[in-house]
Design a protein around this ligand. Structure first.
Ligand SMILES: CC1=C(/C=C/C(C)=C/C=C/C(C)=C/C=O)C(C)(C)CCC1
Length: 395
């Protein structure tokens, strides 16, 4: 997209604190599922006590109420769900809003002509997607959903590779687990909410596909079968090889999308899983580049993201205030169109990602980097081409 890209960026060896940050989404997803199920159970009990139905046992009434909640629209968290939605948006919006401010996307020293070119290319990509959507809504929607799955899977794969370089037990790489995890991590968030609970958002899908919701639902159901097969495979391999973190991650992600309403599950995932981890990666890379601590890097990131996020929130609130049932349709369509340039810049910067060497890694044989040399201190400049080591483990 540009000839003036920023320098290769480096992620530090993740400390225990960074590993906790990367694992937090798994705990949040598990907690959301547990609390939502508890709420659903409580509602079913209240309904049972207040309106006992003749001829039915308490157990069968309870199981009917629960299975209706879970197999139909999915379990909902009520008012707590609204709070989660707002929090998720506030964490989720900045991760894309800062794309054009990132030094790994555009070198801060690039001439203003290059900056204008990159901005035009970025917005042009999104505009081209909008035009495609207006002309061919169904194929565009299906293509963008597939692109979203690739973007999500690739993002979690980079996170897993970074996390695996941290302190802790050194596992031999497991390519099978890596592939199954990446497929599940990408496909579950897109196909499962639509394939299992798509009827709950049928109107939205009709709006997005130009009236072809049944076809989108059929494709999603097929995708969901493949996604759940990959998730089951990943879980099985992870458990068999005692990769507990990988097992917990796949189980929490799958439970989130299988059990909850599509919008609640997606909001939690988008803000507090996908965006959270991406922001963590950006802040960690900034801390290395600037030679500061993560706290300062985060504060700087928040300052940079404040204006673009505020503008997005203002535009969104304006659209909601203007009313109309199409707000969600237009909002989702815009997010998916912006996914085109967003996933391109993220994929390009991930390709130029350099890892600090982790403990337990075999030292390079190069005379320029003698065996035993530890990871560089945060902020020190990497010698060109010396830091790109292969991932150490498949977790
Ligand atoms: C269509 C649709 C959904 C999927 C949206 C997707 C898949 C959005 C992807 C966003 C991306 C990739 C953002 C990038 O950072 C929901 C919310 C499940 C349910 C309502 C209809």
């Amino acid at each position: 997209m540009s000839t003036h890209q920023g320098p290769a960026h480096r992620l530090p060896v993740p400390t225990r604190a960074w590993r906790r940050v990367l694992d937090a989404p798994v705990a949040v997803a598990a907690l959301t599922v547990a609390l939502t199920l508890a709420l659903t159970l409580a509602k079913a009990v209240v309904a049972l006590v207040s309106t006992p139905s003749p001829g039915q046992t308490s157990a069968s009434t309870l199981s009917t109420a629960l299975s209706t909640a879970l197999t139909g629209a999915g379990a909902s968290a009520g008012a707590a769900g609204t709070v989660l939605l707002v929090v998720s948006l506030l964490v989720g919006l900045p991760h894309g809003a800062v794309d054009l401010l990132r030094p790994e996307v555009l070198d801060p020293g690039a001439p203003s002509r290059s900056r204008r070119l990159v901005t035009a290319a970025y917005l042009g990509c999104a505009a081209a997607a909008v035009v495609c959507w207006l002309v061919l809504p169904l194929p565009t929607l299906l293509t963008l959903l597939a692109l979203a799955a690739v973007h999500f899977g690739a993002a979690d794969d980079v996170t897993a590779r970074w996390r695996a370089r941290g302190t802790g037990p050194v596992h031999p790489p497991l390519p099978v687990l890596r592939v199954l995890r990446a497929v599940a991590a990408g496909a579950v968030p897109v196909t499962v909410p639509l394939g299992l609970h798509g009827a709950a958002v049928r109107d939205v899908l009709d709006g997005l596909s130009g009236g072809h919701a049944p076809l989108v639902l059929a494709c999603s159901r097929l995708g969901a079968v493949l996604a759940l097969a990959a998730a089951t495979g990943a879980l099985g391999v992870a458990l068999a090889r005692a990769r507990w973190a990988a097992a917990a991650e796949t189980a929490a992600l799958t439970a989130l999308f299988v059990l909850l309403t599509p919008l609640l599950a997606f909001a939690v995932y988008f803000g507090l899983w996908h965006s959270w981890r991406q922001v963590a990666r950006m802040v960690a890379a900034d801390a290395v580049r600037e030679g500061t601590g993560p706290g300062r890097a985060l504060a700087r990131f928040c300052r940079g993201a404040a204006v673009p996020t505020a503008l997005t929130v203002a535009a969104g609130s304006g659209a909601v205030a203007a009313g109309g049932s199409s707000v969600l349709v237009v909002g989702l369509a815009l997010v998916l169109c912006l996914t085109v340039p967003h996933s391109v810049v993220v994929a390009r910067s991930d390709r130029r990602l350099r890892w600090a060497r982790g403990d337990g890694e075999r030292p390079p044989v190069s005379p320029r980097c003698p065996p035993g040399a530890g990871p560089r201190a945060p902020g020190s400049r990497p010698a060109a081409g010396t830091a790109a080591a292969a991932p150490r483990s498949g977790r």
